[in-house]
Design a protein around this ligand. Sequence first.
Ligand SMILES: *Cc1c(COP(=O)(O)O)cnc(C)c1O
Length: 375
Amino acid sequence: MRSPALARIDLDAISHNVSLLRERAGGTEVMAMVKAEAYGHGLVPAARAAIAGGATWLGVAKLAEAVELRRAGVVGVPLLVCVSVPGEPYDQAVTLGIDLTAGTPRMVEEIAAAAERAGRPARLHLKADTGMSRGGAAPDEWQPLVDAARKAETAGHLNVVGLYSHFACADEPGHPSIAGQLSAFNDFVALAEGAGVRPEVRHLSNSAAILTLPEARFDLVRPGIAMYGLTPMPQLGTFGLRPAMTLTADAAMVKRVPAGSGVSYGHTYVTERETTLALVPAGYGDGVPRHGSNLLEVLAGGRRRRIAGRVCMDQFVIDLGDDSLSEGDEIVLFGPGDRGEPTAQEWADALGTISYEIVTRIGSRVPRMYAGGPS
Ligand SMILES: *Cc1c(COP(=O)(O)O)cnc(C)c1O
């Protein structure tokens, strides 16, 4: 496939990473987190590759993502929506066999009412805030949350299948909040089970916790970034993970320009001598960060080249000096790094962000080309 810019996705790498993470978690069941288009890798193909690698649950952030998976025929695997917003079509979710999250009694009641309309019980996970102060019930709301869930359960409107929470600082091993969150989660589980909740699964660990905290595995772990071969803790190495995304673009044009040529908007780069420029057809409209102007490197003709001048919406320029490159030659923006190209982690480090953002922001205009994967 030829395309101005292309994200090549190695589905076997995703399967490999899931299986490695499952092993790393001592065989605990894995909920593959495929929200945000599977961190830019493509929702449905990534979900199938994760299942092939041994994931037995799927997780997304939003209801629409779960509906898309079910409509694509990804069925027979429990699928959790982690972020609940009042007023969504929860009866449809119940009908499609989608697990839902509640962190407030009000959400429990809304979901129970939807399940009553749908004519079957909802599968519900109760979410506790154990110290991140984001989603989930704060400790003084745990009892009302559990009471509301037990009441709806007794009325036959739902089954509480999960109890969960989320770490704030698991990527900083030894951070004092980690032990506190773990202990708070145990308290939440004890409170819920003491009130008669019999969950199928209790779950807490994200990628960083899977890699560093065996005591937080419980019944299910929820890897996201590590599934895609990137580590949440680059300071600790790569853990044998294989990056699944390679972003490439084919040189659109190659031309010779004189010394003193201002390049791209604002002329923030000016050629020092006569030189050869190549035009790379990927810009911030595709997810190449504009902050990477005059900063990020790519691999062209086997050599590293820095982006020359500003990243535009649809393209940027690199300076080849006296080297040649043919129009149509492939330029690698980032990938696993084994051919000398930058990694998403290297781009993230240069930009002061995290690898999550680099891969997730690659936009829908960039086609995904899949290699490997379940047949
Ligand atoms: C995104 C997400 C994860 C995965 O986090 P990573 O750091 O990418 O492993 C786990 N749990 C929940 C609730 C999430 O939203």
